[in-house]
Ligand binder design. Structure first.
Ligand SMILES: *[C@@H]1O[C@H](CO)[C@@H](O)[C@H](O)[C@H]1NC(C)=O
Ligand SMILES: *[C@@H]1O[C@H](CO)[C@@H](O)[C@H](O)[C@H]1NC(C)=O
Length: 599
C-alpha cells in the first residue's frame, strides 16, 4: 500500500477506533502498572474484577512475575520483500545506464529524468533481491540524483540496504528515513525502519515515538509493532527506574502503604523490658512507641540506633531485627530485609512473624514456592500463630486457589477472631470462587462484628460495584467515608473515597464527580497512590494527556520498588509518546481528542 494512498483513503478508518485501541496499547505496555490498585482502564477492560486486599503488595509482585516471564523478541529488520513499488513498472530497463552521467541527466527534460530514475530504482530492487546491498544502495543513490523530484521511496529503500549491510549502518538508516518521512509523514515503512535503527542505536525515546506512530497509523493491524512499543517501553522504564532509584537513595514508601503492611499482622503488646534495661533497650521501646503513632521515619531511626547501641535480651533483639527488617523490606532492600528477619527468627524460633514476613519478601519477588516453605517452617515452630494462616491465605488467593485460601482464612479466624482482614478476605475468596450468596452473608456478619471499622464496608462496596449495584455500593462507600472522617489518627484510609469516584464514573461516566472524589482523597492523603493512578486514567479518558503525564510523574514519585517505579514510568513514557504523536499528526490528534470527549 502506498503512503499517499493510505493517507487519503484510510484516514477516517484510522481514527475510528483510536480511543479503544489507544487504551489497548497502554494495557499492552503495562499490564501490571500502578492501576492495579484500581483504575479506570483496568476497570473498563475487565468485567470480573474482584476486590483488592490490603495486601496489594503481594498481588503486585505476582502480577509482575507473570509478566516478566513473557518472552522478549529480538530486534530485527525483516529483510524479506521490504521494498515497495510506487510507480508503474518500467518497461525498458534494458537501457544502457552508463551514458547517464550527472551532466547528461541535468540537460534532460523532467519526464525523461523521472523515467531514468525509475530504471535506476528497478535495478536497485534487483540488486537488493540478490542481497547485494552495497550495489543496491548505489543504484538508489543514482535514482535520487537523477529524479527531478524527491521520492520518499528511494530514500526508504536505500535505508533498507543500510539496515541489511554487515555491519548495519544505523546512522545512515536514520538519515534516509528522516528524508523519506519529511516527504511523507504517513510513510509507515520508513517510520518502522527508523524506529528499529533508533532502537539499535539505543535512542529509545525516539524509537518509541516512531513505533507509537507506526502502531497508530497501522491501526494495530501489525502485531509486531505494539510488541515493539512494549519492548522499548520496558527497556526504557527498567533502565531509568534503576538510575532513579540509585540516585534517590533509600526512601520509605507512603504512610498509607506502611500502615497497610503493618495492619496485615495482628497487633502485639510491646516487649517487656528486662530488669536493668540498657540504653539500647530503652531506645527500642521508644521506636515501638513512634511506630504506634505512625511516625515511621522516627521509628526507623530509633530502631537503627537501638541496634547500634546494643540490645541486652534475645526477645528484644529479635523484635528489633524484625522491625528493622520490615522497614528494609518497605524501602525495597530485599536482601537486607531477609537477613534481618532470618537473624530474628534464629534468636527466637517461636517468633514466627519474622518467617511470615520473609514469605512476603519472597512473594514480592514472585517466588511462591519459597514463601510456602517459610509458612511450613513457621507452622513447625508455632502452629497457633494466626498470622501464618492469614498470609498463606493471601498467597493462595493471589494464585487463584480460592478454596484453600478460604480454609486458611477460616483457620486464622478460629485462632483469633478479632482480626478484621481474615473475615474480609474470606468473603472476598468466596466471591472469587463464585459463591456470591456466601460472600454476601460473610460480609454482612463482618460488618456487624466490626461496626466501627471502615474496611468491611469498603470491600463490600467493591463487591457491589463489581455486581453493578452502583447505588448500594455508593451507600457503603459513604458509610466507610464517614467512619474514616471520625478518626483522629492519621493517616485516614481514603480508599473508600477513591472507590466512590470510580463508582460514579462507572455508573454514568461522571468524570467530574469522580475527579472530585479523588481530589478530596488527595487532599486528605497526598500520597494516596490509588487516587493518583485513577486521576491519571480519568485524564487520559478525557484526552487530557498533559495532565495525565503529571499524574504519572507523581505516581513514579510514590513508587516503592523498581518494578513499581518502572510501571509508573512506562505509563509516563507511553503517554508522552502520544503527546508527541498528537503534535506530529495534529489532524489525527484533534479527531482523536474529539472522540475521546464523546466517549
Ligand atoms: C537463615 O540463616 C540460616 C543460617 O544462619 C540459613 O541456613 C538459612 O537458609 C537462612 N534462611 C533463609 C530463609 O534465608
Ligand atoms: C491451607 O492451605 C494449604 C495449602 O498451602 C492447604 O494444604 C491446607 O489444607 C489449607 N488449610 C489449612 C486449614 O491450613
Amino acid at each position: 500500500m502506498s503512503a499517499s494512498e493510505s493517507s487519503a483513503t484510510t484516514f477516517v478508518d484510522r481514527v475510528q477506533n483510536f480511543v479503544s485501541e489507544n487504551k489497548q496499547a497502554i494495557l499492552i505496555g503495562t499490564a501490571a502498572a500502578a492501576i492495579a490498585v484500581g483504575g479506570v482502564a483496568y476497570y473498563a477492560s475487565t468485567s470480573s474484577r474482584g476486590s483488592t486486599s490490603s495486601k496489594t503488595d503481594l498481588e503486585k509482585g505476582e502480577k509482575k512475575d507473570r509478566k516478566s516471564k513473557k518472552k522478549k523478541k529480538g530486534v530485527s529488520d525483516a529483510d524479506g520483500p521490504i521494498l515497495e513499488e510506487r510507480k508503474p513498472k518500467v518497461e525498458d530497463d534494458e537501457d544502457d545506464l552508463s551514458k547517464y552521467t550527472a551532466e547528461v541527466v541535468a540537460a534532460l527534460p523532467q519526464e525523461e529524468r523521472s523515467r531514468i530514475a525509475g530504471i535506476f530504482k528497478a535495478q536497485g530492487n534487483d540488486a537488493y533481491k540478490i542481497r547485494d546491498y552495497t550495489k543496491a544502495a548505489q543504484l538508489y543513490s543514482r535514482a535520487i540524483e537523477t529524479s527531478p523530484k524527491a521520492e520518499p521511496v528511494f530514500y526508504s529503500n536505500r535505508a533498507a540496504c543500510y539496515m541489511n549491510m554487515v555491519p548495519p549502518q544505523y546512522e545512515l538508516v536514520v538519515q534516509d528515513c528522516d528524508e523519506a518521512i519529511k516527504l511523507d509523514i504517513n510513510y509507515v515503512k520508513a517510520l518502522n525502519r527508523r524506529a528499529s535503527a533508533l532502537e539499535s542505536l539505543e535512542r529509545y525515546p525516539e524509537a518509541l515515538r516512531d513505533f507509537t506512530a507506526t502502531t497508530v497509523l497501522e491501526k494495530f493491524t501489525n502485531q509486531a509493532t505494539p510488541l515493539a512499543v512494549e519492548r522499548v517501553l520496558k527497556t526504557m522504564s527498567t533502565q531509568n527506574a534503576q538510575e532513579i532509584l540509585k540516585s534517590r537513595g533509600p526512601k520509605l514508601p507512603p504512610a498509607t502503604f506502611i500502615s497497610a503492611y503493618f495492619a496485615a499482622f495482628r497487633p502485639r503488646d510491646l516487649p517487656v523490658l528486662p530488669e536493668n534495661p540498657s540504653e539500647g533497650d530503652n531506645t527500642l521501646i521508644e521506636s515501638f512507641k513512634a511506630l504506634e503513632e505512625h511516625d515511621y521515619k522516627h521509628s526507623l531511626d530509633l530502631v537503627n540506633d537501638a541496634l547500634e547501641k546494643g540490645i541486652s535480651w534475645d526477645l528484644g533483639k529479635s523484635e528489633a531485627l524484625n522491625l528493622r527488617g520490615t522497614f528494609k523490606f518497605l524501602i525495597g532492600d530485599v536482601e537486607g530485609a531477609k537477613d534481618d528477619l532470618n537473624e530474628s527468627i534464629q534468636l527466637v524460633p517461636s517468633f514466627t512473624q519474622s518467617l511470615v514476613k520473609i514469605a512476603s519478601v519472597y512473594m514480592e519477588q514472585g517466588q511462591a514456592e519459597k514463601a510456602f516453605e517459610c509458612f511450613e517452617e513457621a507452622i513447625k515452630h508455632n502452629p497457633e500463630d494466626p498470622d501464618i494462616y492469614y498470609h498463606r491465605g493471601q498467597v493462595l488467593f493471589i494464585m487463584n486457589k480460592f478454596e484453600d485460601a478460604a480454609e486458611n482464612y477460616t483457620k486464622s479466624t478460629e485462632l483469633d477472631d478479632g482480626f478484621v482482614f481474615s473475615h474480609i478476605q474470606l468473603a472476598v475468596a468466596q466471591y472469587k470462587a463464585g459463591n456470591l450468596a456466601n460472600a454476601m452473608a460473610q460480609f454482612r456478619r463482618t460488618m456487624k462484628s466490626f461496626p466501627q471499622r471502615s474496611e468491611p464496608l469498603n470491600y463490600y462496596g467493591e463487591l457491589l460495584l463489581d455486581q453493578q449495584r452502583y447505588q448500594d455500593a455508593i451507600e457503603k462507600f459513604d458509610k466507610a467515608i464517614e467512619i474514616e472522617k471520625l478518626k483522629y489518627v492519621t493517616p485516614q484510609n481514603v480508599l473508600p473515597l477513591v472507590n466512590k469516584g470510580l463508582t460514579l464514573f462507572q455508573m454514568d461516566q461522571n468524570i467530574g464527580a469522580a475527579e472530585r472524589c479523588c481530589n478530596e482523597a488527595l487532599r486528605i492523603d497526598p500520597e494516596c497512590e490509588a487516587a493518583v493512578a485513577t486521576l491519571a486514567q480519568l485524564s487520559l479518558q478525557q484526552g487530557l494527556v498533559d495532565k495525565a503525564v503529571k499524574f504519572f510523574e507523581k505516581s513514579a514519585e510514590l513508587a516503592r520498588t523498581e518494578q513499581e517505579l518502572a510501571g509508573a514510568l512506562t505509563y509516563q513514557y507511553a503517554t508522552n509518546a502520544q503527546v508527541e504523536f498528537a503534535k506530529n499528526y495534529p489532524q489525527l490528534a484533534s479527531q482523536m481528542n474529539a472522540m475521546a470527549r464523546s466517549f
